[in-house]
Design a protein around this ligand. Structure first.
Ligand code: NDP
Length: 282
């Protein structure tokens, strides 16, 4: 059984990006917009800014209060779209209830949409005609390829159908010639569906829901879930959507949580920013 080292894979991507950035005649820039003070979002935004700078790129952080109105946020997006120093724009989700997140994501220039959430990029990726691939599925796919470069004809099961993870993951695995099943909360006999998976991607958000006896022997297991659970004495620990200790005895390869898919997301974001910068500035 192989434990897939997402930390090492992410460090390798960041090093490649930094080397490419150093060879450019301009400095790519990533703007991150954070609305409100959600603690998890603050942690993500801080790491994104730090790693952007470490890769030799410019980081522009915009923090707005939680009670901001949509028009003000839209005006900031318009300003970033027009700003030549900004190659990538990321609006950290979730947004407060008074703001229509879909409308905001649609307002981002698709060429600067380094999260890959704009319908133009979603459509381009779905039709296999280019586009910017969302960071978490992109990172998960890189980990899959690192152990199994040839995926033709394999049964891939994705548990979760969000626009951020499940759906784009399905598109990437389909493009890699897998036979793809997307499972979700209405799926009947989920365990039986999961047992058919040569490649399993769990993106549910439920701690250790997928048990070891659901895993096909030898399967490649990618656990996207990040769940904070009580570890006693007022402490918390992170677990995935897969019961790791059980699954590790059956799987052929598995990503740990933390240290699996998690670190890949920001690395792929930096790579998307570099690509967007090169595409835009020639
Ligand atoms: P969402 O909450 O948007 O989607 C969860 C999906 O899981 C839904 O499609 C839902 O089904 C499905 N689901 C929920 N309960 C069940 C169940 N009992 N059986 C089967 N399916 C179920 O989550 P995200 O896709 O945004 O995130 C999923 C997980 O990945 C989370 O733990 C999140 O923290 C993590 N994550 C990690 C990232 C990273 O590594 N950097 C980035 C993004 C997410 P339905 O559609 O029917 O409601």
């Amino acid at each position: 059984m192989k434990v897939i080292d997402g930390k090492a894979a992410a460090a390798a991507i960041r090093a490649e990006v930094a080397a490419e950035v150093a060879a450019l005649s301009f400095v790519p820039g990533l703007a991150v917009v954070l609305v409100g003070a959600d603690p998890a979002s603050q942690v993500y935004v801080r790491s994104k800014a730090k790693q952007t700078v470490e890769a030799g790129m410019a980081s522009f952080e915009h923090r707005l209060p939680a009670d901001i109105d949509e028009a003000t946020l839209m005006a900031l997006v318009a300003q970033l779209n027009a700003d030549d120093a900004v190659d990538g724009i990321l609006v950290q989700l979730p947004l407060p209830a008074q703001i229509d997140a879909e409308r905001v994501l649609r307002a981002i220039d698709p060429a600067k949409d380094v999260d890959g959430f704009h319908p133009v990029n979603v459509g381009l990726v779905a039709t296999g005609t280019g586009g910017i691939v969302p960071c978490t599925p992109d990172g998960a796919m890189a980990l899959i390829r690192s152990v199994q470069p040839q995926l033709d004809g394999l049964n891939a099961v994705i548990v979760g159908r969000s626009n951020i993870v499940g759906k784009p993951m399905a598109q990437l695995l389909l493009a890699a010639n897998c036979t793809v099943t997307i499972a979700h909360s209405r799926t009947k006999d989920l365990a039986a569906v999961v047992r058919g998976a040569d490649v399993l991607v769990a993106a549910v958000g439920r701690p250790e829901m997928i048990r070891g006896d659901w895993i096909k022997p030898g399967a490649l297991v990618i656990d996207v879930g990040i769940n904070r659970v009580d570890a006693g004495e007022g402490k918390a620990r992170l677990v995935g959507d897969v019961a790791y200790d059980e699954a590790a005895t059956v799987a052929g390869a598995i990503t740990p949580v933390p240290g699996g898919v998690g670190p890949m997301t920001i690395a792929c974001l930096l790579r998307n920013t570099l690509r967007a910068a090169i595409a835009r500035r020639g």
